[in-house]
Design a protein around this ligand. Structure first.
Ligand code: FAD
Length: 414
C-alpha cells in the first residue's frame, strides 16, 4: 500500500471497471478541462450565462467544439443506433472523475453523455425515423434540454397550464416555461429540447405530452435570464414563452398523455449519473482539504498534524465511500434491468445520500481551509464547488424525493 497516496478512488487502481476506451476518454477529458476550463473558470463563472457565451465566445465555443470533436456526446447511445453503447455505470464512473478534475458538475454536463433524453428516445418515442434522427443529431453535437417546469406549477407538473392543441397533423404549443437551461444558440446550432405541455386540460399528469422542439423553431420567445448563485457558466437559464410554436405530430417524444411518465423514467436513470457527479464533488473536497492542510504551517507544524483536523476529514471519507457504494449499486441495478431500479428507487436513494454528502463535504473542507476557501482569486476552487453543488438540492427538491422513497416503506404510492 502506498501510504502517501490518499485512499480516494483512482481509476488506475480499477482496470476491472475501466476499459481501455474509458481510460482513453478520461485522458481526452482531462486535456480539454486543462486547456479550456481550468485557466478560464474564474472568468466564465464570474460572467455566467449569456455573458460568458458572448464575452468569452472563443473559449465557450472552442471548448464545446473540442468536446464534440472528441466524440463525447451520446456515449450512452446503444450500438444499434450508432452510438458507443456505454452502460450507465461506465458513464457514471467517468462523470465522477470529470467532476473531480474540473471541480464542477457543469463540466461533466458539457460532456453530454446523453441522458435523460436518450432513454426517452429509445423507449418512448413512437416514430422510428424521429428516434434515429435525434440520436444522430446528439452524436453530431446536438445537446438536448428538458423544458418542463412551468412558473405557476413548479414541481407539481400536473398543475401546468401551458397547452398543445392538435390542428390537423400539427400541435400548436402555447405557454410559459421557467428555468429553461441551454436555450441560447448552441455551439453548432444543433440544440433541441423536449417540451412538456398539456394536451388534455381535464387531466393532470396523464394530460401531459412531450414534444421535440428545435432550438431555432419559430415561436420561442426568450425572456429574462436568471442570474444564479451556482451553476452559472455552463448555460443560460431563461424564462421562456412558447407562442404558437408548431410541432408535427411525428415529433411527439412519447405517445400523447405519456409525456411526464417518459421524463420521470428518463430522470430516474439520469439520477444515478447525477449521484456519481455528487460522489466526484465529495472526493474533490477531500482532496482539497488534504492539499491545503498538508501544505499550510500553523504553530510550526503542517495543519494535518493536528488531530482535530483529522476528524472532519474522516467524516468526509465515510460519506464519500458510502455514497460511491450505494451509487454503484444503483447504476449496476439499472444496467441489469432491475424493475425497481427503473422505478427510480435505487437511483433516488443513492442521490438522496450522495447530494447532501457532497454539499457537507464542501462545507467541511471550507471550514478546514479558513478564509482562503471563500476568496475567489486565491485559486482554491472550493467556493465554486460549493455553489455549483447546491443545485443538487434544488432541481428535484428533496421533499419530493423523500415522499417517493417513503412510499416504498409505507406502501402507499403518492
Ligand atoms: C439551476 C437550475 C436548472 C434548472 N433546469 C431546469 C431545466 O432545464 N428544465 C426544467 O424543466 N426545470 C429546470 N429547473 C427547475 C427545477 O426542476 C425546479 O426548480 C423544481 O422542479 C422545483 O420547482 P420550484 O423551484 O418551482 O419549487 P416549488 O414547486 O415552488 O417547491 C418549493 C418547495 O416546496 C416543496 N414542496 C412542493 N410540493 C410539496 C409537497 N407536496 N410536499 C412537501 N413539500 C413540497 C419542494 O420540495 C420545494 O422545497 C432548474 C432549476 C435550477 C435551480
Amino acid at each position: 500500500m502506498d501510504v502517501m497516496k490518499p485512499n480516494i478512488y483512482d481509476p488506475a487502481d480499477h482496470p476491472e471497471e475501466w476499459t481501455p476506451e474509458m481510460y482513453r476518454k478520461l485522458e481526452q477529458a482531462r486535456d480539454i478541462i486543462e486547456e479550456w476550463w481550468l485557466p478560464n473558470r474564474r472568468q466564465l463563472d464570474r460572467l455566467g450565462g449569456v455573458l460568458a457565451m458572448t464575452e468569452m465566445s472563443d473559449v465557450y465555443y472552442g471548448m464545446h467544439k473540442s468536446i464534440i470533436d472528441a466524440g463525447f456526446y451520446g456515449r450512452i447511445i446503444p450500438k444499434e443506433y450508432g452510438g458507443p453503447g456505454w452502460s450507465l455505470y461506465q458513464c457514471g464512473l467517468m462523470s465522477a472523475e470529470v467532476t473531480k478534475i474540473a471541480f464542477t458538475k457543469g463540466m461533466d454536463d458539457a460532456l453530454a453523455y446523453g441522458e435523460p433524453w436518450c432513454h426517452i428516445l429509445q423507449h418512448w418515442t413512437p416514430d422510428e425515423d424521429t428516434k434515429r434522427e435525434y440520436f444522430k443529431r446528439t452524436l453530431e453535437g446536438g445537446f438536448c434540454t428538458i423544458w418542463a417546469t412551468d412558473p405557476e406549477s413548479g414541481v407539481d407538473m400536473g398543475g401546468m397550464r401551458g397547452s398543445a392543441v392538435l390542428e390537423g397533423d400539427t400541435y400548436v404549443l402555447n405557454g410559459p416555461k421557467w428555468w429553461m437551461a441551454m436555450c441560447s444558440p448552441g455551439p453548432v446550432g444543433l440544440q433541441w429540447h423536449l417540451a412538456l405541455m398539456k394536451t388534455d386540460t381535464t387531466k393532470r399528469t396523464s394530460g401531459l405530452s412531450l414534444f421535440i422542439v428545435n432550438d431555432d423553431a419559430d415561436g420561442i420567445i426568450r425572456g429574462r435570464e436568471g442570474d444564479l448563485t451556482g451553476a452559472r457558466w455552463g448555460c443560460a437559464r431563461y424564462e421562456l414563452l412558447l407562442k404558437d410554436l408548431r410541432v408535427h405530430k411525428k415529433y411527439l417524444a412519447a405517445p400523447e398523455g405519456k409525456g411526464l411518465y417518459a421524463i420521470v423514467e428518463g430522470m430516474n436513470k439520469h439520477m444515478g449519473n447525477q449521484a456519481f457527479q455528487a460522489v466526484g464533488v465529495s472526493e474533490a473536497a477531500i482532496k482539497q482539504a488534504l492539499d491545503y492542510t498538508t501544505t499550510t504551517i500553523r504553530w510550526d507544524h503542517p495543519l494535518i498534524e493536528y488531530q482535530g483536523v483529522h476528524f472532519p476529514i474522516a467524516d468526509m471519507w465515510v460519506n464519500a465511500e458510502a455514497a460511491r457504494a450505494i451509487t454503484a449499486k444503483a447504476n449496476k441495478l439499472w444496467d441489469e434491468g432491475n424493475e425497481e431500479a427503473k422505478q427510480g428507487k435505487w437511483s433516488i436513494l443513492a442521490f438522496k445520500f450522495a447530494a447532501p454528502a457532497a454539499i457537507d463535504a464542501c462545507r467541511k473542507a471550507i471550514e478546514l481551509m479558513g478564509a482562503r476557501a471563500i476568496e475567489r482569486e486565491e485559486g482554491w476552487p472550493l467556493e465554486l464547488m460549493y455553489r455549483d453543488a447546491m443545485v443538487f438540492q434544488l432541481y428535484r427538491t428533496p421533499n419530493i424525493d423523500r415522499k417517493f422513497l417513503a412510499s416504498y416503506l409505507v406502501r402507499r404510492r403518492l
